[in-house]
Design a protein around this ligand. Structure first.
Ligand SMILES: Nc1ncnc2c1ncn2[C@@H]1O[C@H](COP(=O)(O)OP(=O)(O)OP(=O)(O)O)[C@@H](O)[C@H]1O
Length: 296
């Protein structure tokens, strides 16, 4: 029998969400393949939480469509069980103990993996008798991740879960996140402002700015498709054939630009590799409309 490809984790077509007159997502087309750890990056107000809330079925699109694991978001109890969500402020019940949270998780989720939950709690160094209200931010995030993972979902969704954590707590959380996704064989979507975190744990990138997807793809493909082009001043006013300028600026004798495309222009152009951070910043700068003076 031919091997059947799993459906994309997320597939958006013309996805638009408006809050009153404010557009949070505008005509987003996006396909995220299965089996990835996906980094969703973008500045404040870019629409990241909106996209993740749509994926969890917490809100409805204004127009367009979104499929999650091949179905409408939150299509029914069995689909809800396939998605684990950790919201932005990693909410927990302050007066409940860690053990109470696990008991509640077991009652509410038919596929609850008690052994996994207890092992993760022990690995994170959480005391089962501790009330959640007394946990540190890092411990709370670990508890929220444990509860999401013990459902044994096919997709874990995290909305900036580590933003408020110190670097050590963040590293511990991200390690736990990766281990959980690998153990479950689940995809994970992680929104973050912290490019270093995204670079460390994600193999697929979605850059969302100004309500639109600017670039998306496997990290190694995104890196391979971009480079820095350096030209004598004025040399980028008209870019060479086969090169799309993402964002350009002039400094001293030279124009430099982050560009997309395979073409390698001849002398006097020079080409250098770019980091993921360079690429993301170039798209963010372009989308913000503050591209500086640009080459002249
Ligand atoms: N419930 C709401 N009512 C009105 N406007 C909203 C609502 N939620 C989000 N918005 C607006 O939609 C836009 C996108 O917001 P969203 O929270 O999705 O962005 P974000 O990328 O997650 O931002 P951040 O990184 O600051 O969390 C913003 O302009 C925001 O003000």
């Amino acid at each position: 029998m031919p091997h059947k490809e799993p459906p994309p984790v997320l597939r958006a077509e013309g996805l638009t969400k408006k809050y009153g007159r404010r557009t949070a997502l505008s005509e987003v087309d996006l396909t995220v393949p299965a089996g990835r750890v996906i980094g969703l990056v973008g500045p404040n107000g870019a629409g990241k939480s909106t996209l993740l809330h749509l994926a969890c079925g917490l809100i409805e699109p204004t127009s367009g469509s979104l499929r999650v694991l091949g179905s409408a978001p939150a299509a029914g109890p069995s689909h809800l069980a396939r998605v684990g969500f950790v919201a932005q402020d990693t909410p927990v019940y302050g007066s409940f103990t860690v053990a109470d949270h696990l008991r509640m998780g077991a009652k509410l989720n038919p596929g609850w993996d008690r052994a996994l939950a207890e092992r993760r709690v022990a690995q994170a160094g959480l005391n089962p008798a501790q009330r959640a209200g007394g946990l540190s931010g890092g411990q709370r995030a670990q508890l929220a991740l444990t509860i999401a993972a013990a459902k044994r979902p096919d997709l874990l969704i995290f909305d900036e879960p580590a933003a408020a954590l110190d670097p050590l707590a963040r590293a511990g959380f991200l390690r736990n996140l990766l281990e959980s996704a690998a153990e479950l064989g689940a995809a994970a979507v992680l929104s973050s402002h912290l490019l270093g975190d995204i670079e460390r744990v994600c193999d697929h990138l979605v850059v969302l700015c100004a309500s639109r997807v600017q670039v998306a793809g496997d990290v190694r493909d995104v890196l391979a498709a971009h480079r820095r082009l350096i030209a004598p001043r004025g040399g980028l006013v008209r870019p060479p054939a086969g090169v799309e300028i993402v964002q350009a600026e002039s400094a001293g004798e030279h124009d430099t630009a982050v560009v997309r495309g395979d073409a390698v222009p001849p002398e006097p152009y020079r080409v250098e590799p770019v980091s993921l951070e360079d690429i993301v910043l170039a798209y963010m700068t372009r989308a913000s409309g503050t591209t500086g003076e640009g080459p002249r």
